[in-house]
Design a protein. Structure first.
Ligand SMILES: Cc1cc2nc3c(=O)[nH]c(=O)nc-3n(C[C@H](O)[C@H](O)[C@H](O)COP(=O)(O)OP(=O)(O)OC[C@H]3O[C@@H](n4cnc5c(N)ncnc54)[C@H](O)[C@@H]3O)c2cc1C
Length: 402
């Protein structure tokens, strides 16, 4: 086999948050690494662009909170290295009907993971937030300390810059079409649609919503990762209340449990607007999307009107932006060796199911461990195995679900 391209210890495919933080981690360990991206760097066509992502330690599954805590530390380390801010800390506030099984599981996880938390009645919530949140009777609030906002595009740029500073090579407009085994010298060859060929001893595939397409093309395996077209909305705060929703006024990142799951962040990226969005969307082909934002029904308007006591204009959003989720059936991540002929030479990481951004730094650490050492410590990966869908098409069974 002939090689026209360069040679690396590891080739990382996909320069979203996962690929970029992985390239940084690998370069930091003194290994040569190439990061390939199909579009321009920092494009807006995948999942890691935009103005804000929530970080919170509250999860109904026991296995995510510890990862968030490590990730939070790694966000701060990266910020210290680059010298600017991508992580704005606040408290985090969850709410929902007290009978909601997922919210009950979240509270149990706070207990079992020793996450400092306070459970609040509607009256206590109203006092705590000076009327900014109002919960109906039968609802409950959960206040935790680890919360806040991450700046996605700036954070991806940060990891790419840090990776370059550590010697990584970054190439955009390189659409990977093939990953093949190099039978002569071991390792793999990555081939792009413009005919470039790169040799790597190992490879990490972190291509977000394109995961199913690429892995199908590479080895005929059909991963259960469904891209969803989703929409983020910003709503106008009424003039008299603008300051109430700022971080500086103690306003937290928040989530509301139930159908639908609603989440949001303090007023930060657009003056006078607050992000309030619905977790979910519509199945899409990542290469044939409608770019139009799609709004998700009247429920959100009445939720805003009632929860924020009329302080936010609820008729329609002021700004709507589209984005893509990569959903697995159980909404757990997919992190594993690709296996087959590739064995442990190719690591895949996808299916972040709309809750991966906060984990970017810890996922980068895990993927670097897996691809360089064949194993990782500190995080139990059994929930993220590829094989779980062979045992049960729905994946991990969640005890708290109906
Ligand atoms: C609206 C919205 C809100 C969200 N809110 C939150 C939140 O509040 N908190 C949170 O933690 N998470 C949140 N998420 C989820 C989080 O943003 C994603 O989990 C995360 O960004 C996924 O990153 P990724 O690197 O896996 O994918 P991507 O960012 O999509 O990166 C994959 C990259 O691979 C490239 N690529 C694809 N195919 C190829 C190829 N063949 N060759 C080369 N390159 C290729 C793509 O162009 C892309 O740049 C949200 C997501 C959305 C869309």
């Amino acid at each position: 086999m002939e090689y026209s391209g360069e040679q690396f210890d590891v080739i990382v495919i996909g320069a979203g948050i996962m690929g970029s933080s992985t390239a940084y981690q690998i370069a930091k360990r003194g290994q040569t690494v190439l990061l390939l991206e199909q579009f321009d760097f920092l494009h807006q066509l995948g999942s890691s662009h935009g103005e804000s992502r929530t970080i919170r330690a509250t999860y109904p599954e026991n296995y995510y909170s510890g990862m968030v805590i490590e990730s939070s530390r790694l966000w701060e380390e990266a910020e210290a290295e680059i010298g600017y801010r991508v992580y704005y800390k606040t408290a985090h506030f969850d709410m929902g009907p007290s009978s909601n099984k997922t919210l009950i599981a979240v509270m149990e996880c706070c207990e079992s993971n020793a996450i400092p938390h306070r459970v609040l009645t509607p009256k206590q919530v109203s006092e705590e937030f000076s009327g900014r949140f109002e919960l109906p009777e039968g609802w409950v609030g959960l206040s935790t300390e680890l919360g806040g906002v991450l700046k996605p595009t700036k954070a991806v740029s940060m990891f790419q810059t840090l990776a370059i500073k550590r010697g990584a090579v970054l190439r955009d407009n390189m659409e990977v079409k093939e990953i093949v085994k190099d039978d002569e010298r071991g390792g793999i060859v990555v081939i792009t649609s413009n005919g470039s060929r790169f040799y790597g001893k190992k490879c990490v595939v972190a291509v977000g919503p394109w995961m199913r397409k690429l892995i199908k093309m590479v080895m005929g395996l059909d991963l259960p990762i469904q891209p969803l077209h989703t929409t983020i909305c910003y709503w106008r705060i009424k003039e008299a209340y603008k300051d109430d929703f700022l971080m500086e006024s103690g306003f937290p990142s928040f989530a509301s449990y139930g159908e639908p799951f609603i989440y949001g962040t303090p007023s930060l990226e657009f003056p006078g607007l607050i992000k309030i969005a619905v977790h979910g969307g519509y199945p899409c082909d990542p290469d044939k999307r409608t770019w139009a934002p799609t709004l998700l029904g009247d429920y959100v308007s009445s939720w805003i009107e009632n929860r924020f006591s009329g302080r936010v204009e609820s008729a329609e959003p002021a700004v709507a932006q589209s984005c893509m989720y990569s959903m697995t059936p159980d909404e757990d991540y997919l992190i594993d060796f690709l296996g087959g002929d590739f064995g442990k030479d190719v690591v895949v990481a996808g299916g972040f199911s709309g809750h991966g951004f906060k984990m970017g730094p810890v996922i980068g650490r895990i993927l670097a461990d897996l691809v360089l050492n064949g194993e990782t410590k500190g995080v139990e990966l059994k929930h993220f195995r590829l094989g779980r869908f062979e045992e049960n098409a729905k994946g991990n069974v969640k005890e708290y679900e109906d």
